[in-house]
Design a protein around this ligand. Structure first.
Ligand SMILES: [Zn+2]
Ligand SMILES: [Zn+2]
Length: 194
């Protein structure tokens, strides 16, 4: 198992993800419209989205995410009152990741925050393409065959349950022990940018 070097675009936020293992099979591409809206809101779509509007995300439990520098630069936004907590670097608008709520022990780390030169080897292949209806173009069949959408939700739910039972929900660098977000979320209106 490996550590993964994490850093925002300007280098003020640095961290690492620990105990990364391709056998966890938690790397996905999400094609949902909200992930696209998040990238657009940060004016980071060219950097983040693939040709079909997909975002490459590595899902891991909070205890495996460590921020060693620049915690005060981390910002949060939501696309609606009850939307995901979407985290980014206030210093340079680098998208960092998504969390459902403080109670769900999973962070979806966005590839733009993964700075590791050995990223591909450490993460392994994409395992699932999800929220296909949001895709902005035809996803190549070879990609869908290699990383099908079907069955993934069940697998990740089991994974999250395992992380919860394994105590990997804490510590969580993005929420306090009481569940308060590190930075108070700004609710964005449709089309609004940061
Ligand atoms: Zn930065
Ligand atoms: Zn998404």
């Amino acid at each position: 198992m490996d550590n993964l070097v994490l850093q925002c675009g300007c280098g003020q936020i640095k961290g690492r993800a620990i105990k990364i293992n391709p056998a966890d099979r938690t790397r996905v591409i999400c094609y949902c419209k909200d992930c696209q809206a998040f990238a657009h809101a940060l004016k980071a779509s060219a950097q983040v989205l693939d040709e079909q509007g997909g975002t490459d995300i590595y899902q891991l439990p909070p205890a495996r995410l460590q921020i060693n520098q620049g915690l005060e630069q981390i910002r949060c936004l939501r696309l609606s009152e009850k939307g995901l907590y979407r985290w980014y670097a206030g210093c340079c608008n680098t998208p960092i990741g998504n969390t459902l709520s403080p109670r769900v022990p999973m962070i979806g780390l966005i590839h733009s925050f993964i700075f590791d030169p050995e990223r591909e080897a450490k993460l392994g292949p994409v395992r699932a393409c999800v929220n296909l209806r949001g895709a902005t173009g035809q996803i190549p069949k070879s990609r869908l065959d290699a990383a099908p959408a079907s069955g993934y939700i069940g697998k990740i739910m089991l994974k999250i349950l395992g992380w919860k039972l394994g105590g990997l929900g804490r510590p969580n660098p993005l929420f306090s022990a009481k569940g308060e977000p590190l930075a108070s979320p700004r609710i964005l209106r449709p089309g609004e940018t940061v």
